[in-house]
Design a protein around this ligand. Structure first.
Ligand code: HEM
Length: 168
């Protein structure tokens, strides 16, 4: 449990923060909007995590025979829940492939769903918000300063994110 808390609480949050920084570095209008109106950060963070979801998928064991969308699953089958794919489902989100920072409602699955949904979600949301609030308040702008390197699997995010930061 301790290992799970430490691992789940570390790389997912740093990946999530890198995703937000990468998005804002590439979208100066949204960056300026959030600098002027930090109260909009909460919905913006939800949307950036929907748009690029750090924990792409988690496995499950099917507990009883069932059918989903016409496909039958037997007790004991293994299934992969793709939160990242669900978060781009056009049946659930209008303009699913666009990041709209004031999207509301935003029933995304970046923190999972059900009894095993992320126990650290409130902490993660607060860490990301405080980090972005402080960075936006202390800078005039930040932009990409070179090529980025992505981490494509668990958690998805940026391994290398060079930024040019102009202090306030
Ligand atoms: C942005 C950061 C984070 C993301 C995107 C994230 C995402 C997730 C997801 C998708 C799950 C699986 C939910 C499910 O199976 O339905 C999960 C579970 C979990 N997360 Fe997070 N997480 C983050 C931060 C954290 C933090 C900061 C902690 C702890 C301090 C944490 C601890 C856990 C634990 C213990 C579980 C397992 C819960 C269970 O199985 O009942 N996570 N997280």
């Amino acid at each position: 449990m301790v290992r799970l808390l430490l691992a789940a609480g570390h790389d997912s949050t740093t990946s999530a923060l890198s995703i937000c920084l990468h998005y804002l570095a590439r979208n100066p209008d949204d960056q300026a909007r959030l600098r002027a109106e930090p109260a909009k950060l909460r919905p913006a963070i939800e949307e950036m995590l929907r748009f690029e979801t750090p924990v792409i998928a988690m496995p499950r064991t099917v507990a009883r025979d069932t059918a989903i969308e016409g496909r039958s699953l037997q007790t004991g089958d293994r299934a992969m829940l793709y939160y990242a794919a669900a978060n781009r489902d056009s049946a659930a989100f209008a303009d699913a492939d666009r990041c709209l920072i004031d999207r509301s409602p935003n029933p995304h699955l970046a923190f999972g769903v059900g009894i095993h949904s992320c126990v650290g979600a409130p902490l993660a949301r607060q860490e990301i918000r405080v980090a972005l609030e402080e960075l936006l308040a202390r800078t005039r702008s930040f932009t990409l300063a070179g090529p980025v390197a992505r981490e494509f699997w668990h958690p998805y995010g940026l391994r290398h994110l060079p930024l040019h930061i102009e202090a306030a």
